[in-house]
Design a protein around this ligand. Structure first.
Ligand SMILES: Cc1cc2nc3c(=O)[nH]c(=O)nc-3n(C[C@H](O)[C@H](O)[C@H](O)COP(=O)(O)OP(=O)(O)OC[C@H]3O[C@@H](n4cnc5c(N)ncnc54)[C@H](O)[C@@H]3O)c2cc1C
Length: 829
């Protein structure tokens, strides 16, 4: 194996340079929060000035300036009402996002609509007679239409029978409101926050700043190594030693890999000057490569490394150490969530949330840690014939992962939403349980959906990935996106087997390709991304990307003013604070004993998401609703869905809500409205586009009952109500028959030997409860099968020796392996 040293300096010199580099790396880690909102306009817009003019007019329609608040209100409230979205700079930010970040397949329609609205004919076609002026030439473009009429037009889109208009209304509403309420200025403040009662990032976290400064000084001036390491660990988190940043001079990267026992070979760049194909920049040899560091990938990586196998983790997202977090909604969604937090089905009828950072979903999730329910274990082992789930190993896996994450059920201080849910259930006699969490009893935070500031939430980056590094056998490569699983034919009879992964990364602004050669390959990209990688890698199993379950969620809200003489919850409690999920009701969880139904839980909603979900009926009404933000509780119904969706390469997702699932959510919503009222809400409502609400204190029981029945029976489809999903499952399901599944009962793909799947994509059906524990338990079992396979291969070298070459083509990569004359195009956006 060729060892790489391009420096021409001796080992001592190299070490000194390495130390310099490490220090620089830490400083950059600390300062490196290149986040949306930290700079005035982080992304540049490629929209034309005409499109921007329409976008500005639309932003000011959803969030106009409202007059008449000079004397009645305090200064911040008056400013909030007076400031329109364009004055706050929202159109420029949104233009940048549309141009550089969003990847929705219908994005072109939004661009087209903006262009149409910049013409008078296009405006008439999209807006009808409301857009006409009283004076010749009557036709006018959208930006010339009066604000009152623009409001009327936008409202009419929300209820239009023409689906693309409803789609446009929804897309604009979500984007404009989310950006407006999450954007920050240079001081990390948003002009609406004081008015709506939001304090911005966790005040405890802000208070940590001084401690961080002290730690930095200790770290920089530390003379003894132990002190140095202790402060570094507190500053950069327990993974700091094992993160390999490939955007660095190669010699340092290679040193780090080699020091950890990985063989690295560098390729000279162009083999043949005439060929358009380049060799990958380098190859790394290891026993196991794990793609994705989330709930599933983290477990497998930790177990394999601890058992002595050299294990590399490739993670598409970046690494955010505790002290590096921003705890700002806008920047976190942009940097730590899949698709910058803007993932939706093609019809925008489901909004997805999924983590994309070191730790994956477990870094940003809401910490509820529920074991696989017994009726699901029974169904998977009996109806799906997957004996694993009825085995001792699976039981052991559940125990092991819960123990590793420190799952416990105590809560010292319950947060606002969960107090409401618990009290409402108790008043009504509905069952209500305390949710076990992978966090300590005193974990009263509310911001850990933006990463955990102190490590008290035990995601994989505080547990399994720490095992990986402490074992001395593993490293993590963030910002490395796997683009192909490499596999080759063993012999004609035996089929293909996996030999590693090709991945892309940025080095000094240039995109490069690296190769990991491994004995086993584990894909754990999450249910939304694993199918894409398998399809790009040439797998043909028709089940890949199908059977996507999402646990569809619909919410209702209740307003609990703090201006009454004896407010409940107590005046200091805010809707966005406290443990995110601590209470749950199963009152409609098992409808007619079917094992299917809806559980009732609470979300974390900071101003951006809150605004994106709340109904919009006028600019004024919306600002009024936002002023109640900090005292508005949300409770949701989450269905164990029978319906399913499909992932179509490259980035289109479709989902069909089954009638039964819709009914179950409606049953749940009805209970949720009653729970909110019984807990003492003054006003209640749902997210249905009509935006009706009722003041519970001012109506008779009959009127209340009528309202609840009407609102909970409204359609949930076709954009009538926003549906969210934070749990995606089943898109490469496990089974006993290759005709209906992608992975076999030990997690290995049917098509390629040595290629294992270890994430939520392998679920045979939807689960019905929060999936992290189940993902981890299945991954734990898959890791045992991988260990078996590695034991058999012990002593053997990893086998990849086929030359792979790549050439850049537009947005994608062409690649070929010369042994099989195989050529494909990988389009990697
Ligand atoms: C906001 C939110 C709240 C949640 N709350 C809870 C909760 O309270 N309890 C619970 O049980 N569950 C919760 N979940 C769900 C839970 O976190 C997920 O179900 C679980 O993490 C899924 O695990 P996974 O391994 O399938 O994927 P993930 O944990 O999503 O990890 C996949 C990782 O793979 C990376 N990746 C993708 N493609 C590539 C590629 N090509 N190359 C390299 N890396 C790649 C991604 O960046 C990501 O980091 C929540 C999820 C979210 C988003």
């Amino acid at each position: 194996m060729e060892h790489y040293n391009i420096t021409g300096i001796g080992t001592e010199g190299l070490r000194e340079k390495q130390e310099d580099f490490m220090a620089t790396e830490f400083v950059e880690m600390e300062a490196g929060r290149p986040l949306m909102g930290r700079v005035k306009n982080p992304y540049s817009s490629s929209l034309s000035s005409r499109q921007m003019e329409s976008l500005k007019a639309l932003c000011d329609t959803y969030l106009p300036s409202i007059d008449g608040f000079h004397t009645k209100h305090d200064e911040s409230t008056a400013r909030f009402y007076q400031t329109s979205a364009s004055v706050a700079g929202t159109p420029q930010r949104l233009g940048g996002l549309i141009s550089e970040r969003l990847q929705h397949p219908k994005l072109f329609m939004a661009r087209l609509a903006l262009w149409f609205l910049s013409t008078s004919i296009g405006t008439f076609a999209m807006c009808g007679i409301a857009s006409l002026s009283g004076n010749f030439p009557y036709l006018q473009k959208f930006s010339q239409v009066s604000p009152e009429k623009r409001e009327q037009i936008v409202l009419s889109w929300s209820r239009s029978i023409i689906f693309p208009l409803r789609l446009l209304f929804t897309a604009l509403k979500v984007l404009i409101l989310l950006v407006f309420f999450s954007q920050v200025d240079d001081k990390e403040e948003n002009l609406s926050w004081k008015a709506i009662g939001y304090c911005g990032p966790d005040p405890d976290f802000k208070r940590q700043t001084q401690r961080i400064k002290t730690l930095k000084q200790m770290f920089e001036s530390a003379e003894d190594q132990k002190q140095d390491e202790a402060s570094a660990e507190e500053l950069f988190g327990p993974l700091y030693k094992g993160i390999v940043n490939l955007d660095r001079p190669k010699q340092f990267v290679f040193e780090k890999l080699q020091n950890a026992g990985f063989s690295v070979s560098a390729s000279s760049h162009l083999k043949n000057a005439k060929s358009k194909y380049n060799r990958p920049s380098f190859r790394i040899k290891c026993d196991a490569v794990v793609v994705g560091s989330g709930s599933g990938g983290g477990v497998v990586a930790g177990i394999l490394a601890k058992a002595g196998y050299k294990t590399l983790v490739l993670e598409k997202g970046n690494y955010f150490a505790r002290t590096n977090l921003s705890l700002l909604e806008g920047s976190t969604m942009d940097q730590m969530y899949l698709g910058s937090g803007f993932m939706a089905t093609e019809k925008m009828d489901v909004i997805f949330l999924a983590g994309s950072t070191v730790g994956g979903g477990s870094a940003v999730n809401w910490s509820s840690s529920i074991r696989t329910p017994p009726h699901v274990i029974k169904e998977w082992s009996e109806s799906y014939e997957l004996e694993l789930f009825d085995s001792k190993l699976y039981e052991e896996a559940l125990d092991a992962v819960c123990q590793k994450m420190g799952v416990q059920s105590e809560i010292e201080n319950e947060g606002f939403n969960n107090m409401v849910l618990r009290k409402g259930c108790e008043e009504l006699g509905y069952p209500v349980n305390t949710i076990p969490r992978n966090a300590t009893a005193d974990h009263y935070c509310g911001w850990c959906c933006f990463g955990c500031k102190d490590g008290r939430k035990k995601g994989t980056l505080e547990t399994w990935l720490v095992d990986l590094l402490n074992s001395g056998n593993g490293l993590i490569l963030p910002e490395c996106k796997a683009i192909r699983v490499l596999h080759k034919r063993k012999n004609k009879k035996k089929g293909r087997h996996a030999v590693g992964v090709a991945f892309k990364f940025q080095n000094q602004g240039v995109e490069e390709i690296g190769i990991v050669e491994s004995k086993v390959t584990i894909v754990a990209c999450g249910a939304l991304s694993t199918p894409e990688l398998l399809i790009k890698s040439g797998l043909k199993n028709p089940n890949i990307g199908k059977h996507l379950h999402i646990h569809p969620v619909a919410m209702a809200w209740g307003y609990f003013p703090d201006t009454t003489p004896d407010p409940w919850p107590e005046a200091e409690k805010k809707s966005y604070e406290g443990g995110i999920m601590t209470a749950m009701s199963t009152v409609v969880a098992n409808f007619e004993g079917s094992g299917y139904g809806a559980v009732i839980q609470t979300p974390a909603l900071h101003p951006g998401m809150f605004s994106a979900l709340m109904p919009w009926t006028s600019g004024r009404d919306f600002k009024d609703r936002m002023c109640k933000f900090s005292r508005t509780a949300h409770v949701f119904a989450l269905a164990r869905d029978k319906g399913s969706g499909k992932l179509l390469y490259p980035n289109s997702i479709t989902y069909n809500m089954d009638k039964i699932d819709e009914e179950n959510i409606k049953r749940g919503l009805e209970k949720v409205l009653r729970i909110l009222a019984s807990a003492g809400a003054e006003e209640i409502g749902t997210h249905h586009v009509k935006g009706r609400s009722i003041n519970v204190k001012k109506v008779s029981y009959t009127e209340f009952d009528k309202f609840v029945k009407e609102e909970s029976s409204r359609s949930l489809k076709d954009l009538a109500t926003p549906i969210c999903s934070a749990h995606q499952m089943g898109s490469c399901r496990m089974g006993v028959d290759p005709k209906i599944s992608v992975a076999n009962p030990i997690g290995e793909t049917w098509e390629i030997e040595g290629l294992y799947l270890a994430d939520s994509s392998v679920f045979p059906t939807a689960l019905g409860v929060n999936p992290m524990v189940t993902v981890q338990a299945i991954a734990y079992c898959t890791a045992q099968s991988v260990l078996e396979s590695l034991r058999r291969k012990r002593g053997k070298k990893s086998e990849w020796s086929v030359p792979v070459e790549f050439s850049k083509q537009g947005n994608g990569w062409n690649w070929r392996t010369s042994d099989e004359k195989e050529i494909a195009i990988l389009k990697n956006k």
